[in-house]
Design a protein around this ligand. Sequence first.
Ligand code: MN
Length: 497
Amino acid sequence: MINLANLEVWFVTGSQHLYGEATLKTVAEHASTIAKNLSDSPEMPCKVVFKPIVTTPDEIYRLVQEANQHPQCIGIIAWMHTFSPAKMWIRGLQILQKPLCHFHTQFNRDIPFSEIDMDFMNLNQSAHGDREFGFILSRLRLERKVIVGHWQDSSVQAALNAWTRVAAARYDWQGARFARFGDNMRQVAVTEGDKVEAEAKFGYAVNGFGVGDLVARINAVSPAQVDALVDEYHEAYDVQATLQKGGQHHNALREAAKIELGLKAFLEEGDFKGYTNTFEDLHGMVQLPGIASQRLMAEGFGFGAEGDWKTAALVRAAKVMGAGLSGGNSFMEDYTYHFEPDNAMVLGAHMLEICPSIARSKPRCEIHPLGIGGKADPVRLVFDSAGGKALNVSMIDLGNRFRLIVNEVEAFDPPADLPKLPVARAFWRPLPDMAQGCAAWLYAGGAHHTVYSQNLQTEHWEAFAAMFGIELVVIDAKTDIRSLKNELRWNEMYYRN
Ligand code: MN
């Protein structure tokens, strides 16, 4: 569902006319070679498009205008192979509406010691050309990502890859639609927020829809569609015997499939990229969507429970950033703790809705009672998540700004069998350790709902926060509580307005 291959990052190289036509021709050849190689690199998720060298204020202005309006352009990579006097860039940069990566590279990796002369020096001078460009970006207070190193270096390409994925997620949010079935869970604070500010800041719209409209769409699903999806469930999962054909709960499985089909149809017909629901508003629904929300997340839809639209949008952004990478991204909730000395950890889960993209083996499809919601027992996928590096991300609304909180965690395979736990789950220990990680999260005001990611790093979220100009708080191995509390205090001053 999420395909980044047709998106474009524009490779823009600045220069000037001082050097003569021959040099400019070489600059263009070099830039075109770099752009083509990056575009062909398996490291890059989308196209890197070479743009003609810009040498005048008008050329720069027109190129930025074009980038702003181009429907597939998600951002600009800028490089000053030669010196490009940066006052030429002021007008263009002032209208730039897409993310900017300042790529500080050089065509030659090595200095040709025995051959180097002044012609070489005049051609390969990004070492100072890019400093002129960096100055004007700082002078204009423009946000950008700086990536330094030779363009063929794998770590440099990995950094470009990460930035490009973030730019794709930002692009995906522009004009995105998220549906809310029912409002916020009554009295819950952290899932609330300013949807007008979110639309202005992030570009996505969140709107409510009557659950009755969704129920009507579910009821319009045909038995043949249900048959086909039930077959797919049997193919993809270990389906509990009582849910199988002839089993006492088979009708519940059919009902779950019908809910998934109706929900998906509603989302696709309305061009929605994600949704929220709440167990407090399920009028006319037979079950709370369990397997439906799990599978829709796996297809790339954002999801937030209890009306949590900020997390639904964030799950979607993670799905875009992580598209095609191994490992998954899921809606998550810190559920319960294991406080064993020297082996403390968090058990993360939700009532039902954890994405099977983080499953470490084939999920089981089961039915169990649910204590809340007052509906029929819901069908859900049950599985464990694998150990390894992971992170939790939360977006909160502080009234005058959004804060993005990232906590790096060490995840674990399940430390024991959990034969009576009827939901999907993950185990992790927050960095720097259980006590400090949890304390830092609480001081920062992080929500109980998060995006749990196996395939994104802090680097992605750092660029993400920067592209939207929002506050970022990182809790990692280096976090020290006293410093963190100071950082939060200082951020209060920085964002005061
Ligand atoms: Mn919840």
